[in-house]
Design a protein around this ligand. Structure first.
Ligand SMILES: [Zn+2]
Length: 361
């Protein structure tokens, strides 16, 4: 055989080897929608079952975000959504059950209204401000109002969730409101406020740093929580989960392991048939977790018998606010720190992008 023929065969082999991986890479990337802008984010609503990858941090300042249902995969790539602002629940409602398996139609608020067989990973949501007044049963959280057979991995949320509720079945969570799923390696730094304005019937009220009411796995999460819960029915407050129960969902019990909880929940339960569930990890265990171990807590259960004043972070009738603007620098986002000089109520918002992002836009 001639040397030239051998070289030709080797060349053909080399070219085919080089072509195979590039074809595969194209096939893989063609199935994933890349997200660069707010309008790319909104486009998730047109294909809620799709696969998405966040390509950079996104500033949601000035957007009134409408919660959308999601049944796909969102890979955050370590990027962050800043200044998420939500003032109303999503359009769709979804069923949920209380501890007596009574069914309610739930309104849902969060970046996603409902996550259904969905997965979100390696994502940050910082400076979130979810503030809702709901005329009916409602759950609100930063990532999703309801999770159903979904996984949330390495998701970090920071912000405030406030719900004024006129319904009966209601709750606020750091990551999720109602439902079930797996929550792993998540971090939460949140202020949660829940005000019950249903005075005719006793409400079922839930609060949890990860999940307000439901069932699943919670592991390797770190929660730093301040909660304010004013209730004329039954409270179920937990540093991680308010009430642990299947609620009629076809999901088996999970593991609650290797989490840390720091924080305080202030609450009253204006109800003679008092239960007043409020614990560092799980408020009420109506279902027992398969395993619950190695959870480190520094948690304060702060119950007051005074029910004449709604509990909230701001203590003053007329607050005196002091604003400190932290400028963005060295590629990090800036923000504004607000502090009431009288009662010390403090929060951060108005995150501002570093220069390279502004130029890019
Ligand atoms: Zn004040």
């Amino acid at each position: 055989m001639k040397i030239r023929s051998i070289l030709f065969i080797l060349w053909v082999l080399l070219v085919s080897v080089l072509l195979i991986p590039s074809t595969n890479a194209e096939e893989l990337s063609s199935g994933v929608h890349q997200i660069y802008t707010v309008s790319d984010l909104r486009a998730i609503a047109r294909d809620p079952g799709g696969r998405y990858q966040l390509m950079n941090d996104i500033d949601l300042a000035g957007e009134d975000w409408l919660p959308i249902p999601f049944s796909g995969v969102l890979v955050g790539g370590g990027h962050v959504l800043y200044n998420l602002t939500i003032r109303q629940p999503g359009i769709e409602t979804s069923p949920g059950r209380d501890g007596n398996l009574k069914e309610y139609s739930l309104q849902l608020a969060g970046f996603f209204s409902e996550m259904n067989n969905a997965a979100v990973m390696n994502l940050g949501i910082t400076g979130a401000d979810v503030s809702i007044e709901a005329d009916s049963h409602c759950f609100a959280a930063i990532l999703c109002g309801k999770a159903d057979h979904s996984t949330v991995t390495n998701v970090s949320v920071r912000g405030r969730v406030s719900l004024i509720n006129h319904g009966i079945m209601t709750g606020v969570g750091g990551i999720a409101g109602y439902g079930n799923g797996s929550f792993e390696q998540c971090t939460v730094l949140a202020q949660l406020t829940l005000e019950d304005r249903q005075f005719q019937q006793r409400c079922e009220q839930f609060m949890g740093g990860i999940l307000a009411c439901g069932i699943g796995n919670v592991s390797g999460c770190a929660v730093d929580l301040s909660g304010y819960d004013s209730c004329h029915g039954y409270v179920h407050n937990g540093g991680l989960i308010g009430m642990y129960y299947h609620c009629g969902q076809e999901v088996s019990s999970g593991k609650i392991m290797h989490n840390t909880v720091t924080g305080i929940i202030h609450f009253f339960e204006d109800n003679r048939d008092r239960r007043a569930y409020c614990e560092a990890v799980i408020g009420e265990k109506l279902t027992k977790p398969v395993k619950m171990s190695d959870n480190l807590t520094r948690f304060t259960r702060d119950e007051t018998r005074k029910t004449d004043k709604v509990l909230q972070a701001e203590k003053c009738e007329t607050p005196t606010m002091e604003e400190t603007v932290i400028q963005p620098e060295n590629g990090h986002w800036g923000w504004t720190l607000h502090r009431c000089t009288i009662c010390g109520n403090t929060w951060s918002d108005q995150y501002t992008p570093p220069a390279y992002l502004e130029e890019g836009n």
